[in-house]
Ligand binder design. Structure first.
Ligand code: FEO
Ligand code: CA
Ligand code: CA
Ligand code: CA
Length: 606
């Protein structure tokens, strides 16, 4: 029953796994199997993986690197599904041997461009409850890379701020990269957040022009880019005449329809431009599509988009086509939080104030209403392209890195994973507030929001902190919704969120090795009843990896995760991880390689 913490999906929590262990760990009675790995061929078995013979052409036909967002959208018959994953970034030093020639170096850069973006593959299985396999060459299989053409829609489509010499209309953008989390919409498309796009560009950032201020605010610099793509594609050097606006064409929410592999994906300008972690959509009581979105940077903001038009239920092609326009027009809000305890009781340590809760109220401050800017002196195009500057102007609340923001399909309450912010309260930075109550916030926290009148389109809300993360065995100032801290699994750096069918929240982490000394993992936490706050660890990912995805098909006794950047701290000569196949170092045996490969994993009953 609801509130009992998923009695139907029982497991004995695993012990935390020390960060040097290169193993994927599941509870007793479960097994794990990779479904698809970096480099697995998607369209034709002839593109089989071989890291010594990798080419950009082959990579564009293989599963991409560093899978982050994941969904497994199953057909009602339970035997077919489509897997959609983001491929956020690449770790070149562990992907290839060092380039021997300049020509090889440039080809490796092109490979990394082709390893970014998204991967879509069909799955099949013999019967409900058996394990999934991906199908090479299935009709919906698709790769989207750093070079794939995107349509642009919403109020800023065609804006002068989006025009380049290659796209004088400002309506067709090549590529997506830095894609972090995402969400599957109620109409069956997938959203993905373009996050750390700034690291892919070189751009002058001095002066007082709006563009220059915007560049500084989004972290663009004239330095060589982190990925070096300007050596193979001039548009990544925004210092070049004709490409000044190229960085403005990234940092959006994109929408992909897995049912239409030939349809260009879309960048939605109505949802604003930031370091988008992701977007998760719910339908309000009034029928509007409401998307919750985090900007993952220290001291950046939490946003909400409300569609102008309303959702049409039903599976007809007409309803679906209409619903695919919902994110193109609407209103954009940023969150302002107020605490209800006196500032003197917010000590910055995480110690609870006298009323026993970090809690209060908040408002969604409008930036754009029905496609029109409401920020004085700022045009709609400017608000949407430089959303951070507009949010600064209205006094939004500076947050501790909002990652996934997920509304519960059961209760409608909204959960915000604030992963960490070790800069809070240091130097001239803002100190602790009731909603971000720890200075030097190393372990992060999770906020629970209740919209006014339980209406997702409301402009005010109540909030409280659900979890102040950490390892209670060494840190007395953790908080688990009042549940006894000595009974929970240690947890740090919450990142991705998901729900099971019983309404429990699942939290995956990114950063535990550097904070509490354990491999990252996946945790379940009931939200109702006596077990509310009882965090229990379900799995741990291997060395240096981050746990992404997660997808919980508890009624099917299955859990899926994307294992991102295993062995990231190693090198080509001395790899840190042999996940997922654990064949001898450097070996290539029947498509299995003795080196780390980011992969999608399914966990099922043994
Ligand atoms: Fe890519 Fe915000 O984590
Ligand atoms: Ca309070
Ligand atoms: Ca993330
Ligand atoms: Ca992350």
């Amino acid at each position: 029953p609801a509130g009992k913490g998923g009695a139907a999906f029982g497991f004995t929590p695993i012990a935390p796994v020390p960060y040097t262990v290169d193993a994927f760990t599941v509870p007793e009675g479960f097994r794990w199997d990779p479904i698809i790995r970096w480099g697995d061929p998607i369209f034709d078995a002839a593109d089989a993986f071989d890291p010594m013979q990798q080419t950009a052409e082959k990579q564009a036909r293989q599963f991409g690197y560093n899978c982050d967002y994941l969904d497994i959208i199953a057909h009602p018959n339970g035997k077919r599904a489509v897997l959609v994953a983001n491929n956020e970034y690449t770790n070149a030093p562990i992907m290839f041997p060092p380039a021997a020639t300049e020509e090889e170096r440039l080809e490796q850069l092109r490979v990394t461009m082709a390893a970014h973006g998204m991967s879509i593959v069909e799955l099949e299985r013999k019967h409900k409850g058996s394990t999934w396999r991906y199908v090479v060459g299935a009709p919906r299989n698709r790769r989207i890379t750093a070079s794939t053409p995107f349509a642009v829609d919403g109020p800023a489509a065609g804006s002068d701020l989006l025009k380049t010499q290659d796209d004088p209309a400002g309506t067709t953008i090549l590529g997506t990269f830095g894609n972090c989390a995402g969400g599957t919409t109620p109409w069956g498309t997938v959203l993905s957040g373009e996050e750390n796009f700034n690291g892919y560009f070189r751009a002058e950032n001095t002066g007082d022009s709006l563009t220059a201020r915007g560049r500084r605010r989004y972290g663009l610099t004239p330095n060589a880019s982190s990925y070096g793509w300007e050596a193979v594609d001039a548009r990544f050097d925004a210092r070049q005449p004709g490409y000044e606006n190229e960085p403005h064409r990234h940092g959006w929410i994109i929408e992909v329809d897995p049912e239409n592999p030939d349809e260009p994906p879309v960048k939605h300008t109505a949802m604003g431009r930031m370091k988008h972690e992701g977007a998760n959509v719910t339908i309000s009581a009034s029928g509007h599509a409401v998307a919750y979105m985090g900007d993952d940077e220290r001291f950046d903001y939490l946003y909400k988009f409300v569609s102008r038009d309303t959702f049409r239920p039903g599976k007809s092609a007409k309803a679906r086509a209409h619903n695919k326009t919902l994110l193109s027009n609407g209103s954009l809000y940023v969150a302002r939080f107020s605490g209800d305890s006196p500032a003197s009781e917010i000590t910055g340590t995480g110690a609870l104030p006298a009323d026993g809760q970090f809690d209060g109220t908040g408002e969604w401050v409008p930036l754009v209403v029905d496609n029109e800017s409401v920020v004085p002196g700022v045009t709609t195009d400017e608000v949407l392209v430089f959303t951070r500057l507009a949010a600064d102007a209205v006094g939004a609340t500076k947050m501790d890195r909002c990652e996934d923001v997920q509304p519960s399909p059961r209760s409608g309450r909204v959960y915000v994973a604030c992963t960490n912010n070790t800069a809070r309260g240091t130097g001239t930075n803002e100190g602790a507030t009731e909603v971000n109550p720890r200075n030097v916030n190393r372990d992060g926290h999770v906020i629970e929001i209740t919209e006014a009148g339980e209406d997702a389109a409301a402009t005010t809300f109540g909030w409280s902190i659900l979890i102040l993360a950490g390892d209670p065995s060494v840190n007395a100032l953790t908080y688990f919704a009042g549940f006894p801290a000595d009974q929970v699994s240690p947890i740090s750096c919450p990142d991705n969120l998901a729900f099971d069918s019983a309404g429990n929240l699942w939290i995956s982490t990114d950063g535990q090795p550097g904070t509490i000394g354990y491999n990252d993992g996946l945790f379940r936490v009931p939200l109702e009843g006596a077990e509310r706050g009882n965090v229990q660890q379900f799995l741990a990912v291997p060395r240096d990896a981050e746990t992404c995805g997660p997808v919980i098909h508890d009624t099917d006794q299955s859990v899926f995760v994307a294992v991102q950047h295993p062995g990231e701290e190693g090198s080509w000569e001395a790899q840190n991880s042999y996940f997922p196949d654990y064949v001898p170092a450097g070996a290539l045996e029947g498509g299995k390689w003795g080196g780390p490969r980011p992969s999608v994993v399914q966990v099922t009953r043994a």
